[in-house]
Design a protein around this ligand. Structure first.
Ligand code: FA5
Length: 339
């Protein structure tokens, strides 16, 4: 029986050596080493041997089995290598060519602008405070000194969820939330976020846009502090070459109120963006109205504060000389990839 096993091993090894295709390997394995293979058949015949011969025979069969397994794996490896070399030699594949570049995305221009604004205000000691997009009539209007009958509501119409709940028209309701949270301490925060308005879409107005609100409440805060903060912001955001213009204005929640304009990127020649005026409004601002201070929990005899609310897309329009706000959310990669 030992001779038969050695003969079988020899035959299997020779056949394996002659195989020249990796696809034929499984068949060889089944034939010699599989469950119904020839070596297994030999093992089955061991039952006929005497009890002394059986362990000796078992050892020989196991050794042959291991030898064939090793030979199989070695042959498999060499056939695969041969096949790869053949393919590389026959193909025009140039493995030294550089790979195709992977296109990575980047932050949206609005996010880049927001981060720049955070940095500039952060350097002046302002923290970021987040308030909700979905607001109540009470916070968006009433607590900001805009009662139900007030004509200012016409300027700030929005998308209503129901009679009392709406998508905020400005970031100003966050002023009340911040004051109620920080009271009775002084405050220096900016409140960034999306705002919504039911209004005509034009090159300078979207129905969804971002604002950053600024709020400082303390003792002896004055209008000149507000003008100083905005001038510093403009200088850091746009450089010295752009001009800032302050105009008197009206907001129900500030007294006095101002509006802040920047000279347009057309260098005051006049363009469609600035409606041929050479100036673009970037923020409304003023001293926090006593009614609003009181609604936030601060006694107006003791505390004063300033507030400002500026767009985010409009400063970006100015900074990059973009002529139409509608590009921001049109999702056209040709636009977005430029920044
Ligand atoms: C307000 O929203 C006031 N809450 C600002 C404010 C805050 C005043 C605190 C006083 C104190 P206004 O509606 O003017 O004001 O908007 C402020 C800024 O938001 C504008 O200067 C402009 O930069 C931006 N903005 C307003 N409407 C749009 C719009 N439809 N599309 C893009 N940006 C807009």
């Amino acid at each position: 029986m030992i001779e038969a096993i050695h003969a079988l091993r020899q035959q299997a090894e020779q056949e394996l050596e002659r195989l020249d295709d990796a696809a034929a390997l499984p068949e060889w394995y089944r034939r010699y080493l599989g469950r119904k293979g020839e070596l297994t058949q030999q093992l089955k015949q061991m039952g006929a041997l005497s009890p002394e011969e059986r362990p000796k025979m078992g050892k020989v069969v196991n050794k042959v089995k291991q030898t064939l397994e090793d030979a199989f794996h070695a042959r498999q490896q060499s056939l695969q290598t041969e096949q790869l070399n053949r393919e590389l030699a026959g193909d025009d594949l140039d493995v030294t060519l550089p790979g195709r570049p992977v296109h990575t995305g980047h932050l949206h221009l609005t996010t880049q602008t927001l981060r720049k604004i955070y940095r500039i205000f952060g350097e002046m000691g302002f923290q970021v405070y987040e308030a909700p997009d979905v607001e109540t009539d009470e916070y968006n209007f009433q607590l900001l000194n805009i009662p139900e009958y007030h004509p200012a509501r016409d300027m700030w119409d929005t998308f209503w969820v129901n009679d009392q709940v709406l998508l905020r028209t400005h970031t100003s309701p966050g002023q009340i939330r911040a004051m109620r949270e920080y009271h009775p301490d002084p405050i220096r925060v900016i409140l960034p976020g999306k705002c919504y308005r039911y209004e005509q879409i034009t090159p300078r107005s979207e129905h969804q846009f971002f604002q950053v609100e600024g709020l400082a409440v303390g003792k002896n805060i004055r209008l000149t502090d507000l003008i100083g903060v905005m001038s510093e912001f403009a200088r850091k955001m746009y450089g010295q070459e752009r001009e800032v213009r302050i105009r008197g204005s009206y907001f129900p929640f500030t007294e006095p109120s101002i509006e802040i304009d920047m000279s347009c990127s057309c260098e005051k020649v006049g363009c469609r963006l600035c409606k041929q005026t050479g100036w673009l409004e970037i923020a409304g601002a003023g001293m926090v109205h006593p009614v609003v201070l009181r609604n936030g929990g601060y006694e107006p005899e003791e505390w004063t504060g300033f507030a400002l609310g500026m767009g985010v897309e409009r400063p970006a329009l100015l900074k990059h000389g973009i002529q139409d706000i509608r590009y921001f959310y049109g999702n056209d990669l040709r636009f977005l990839q430029q920044f």
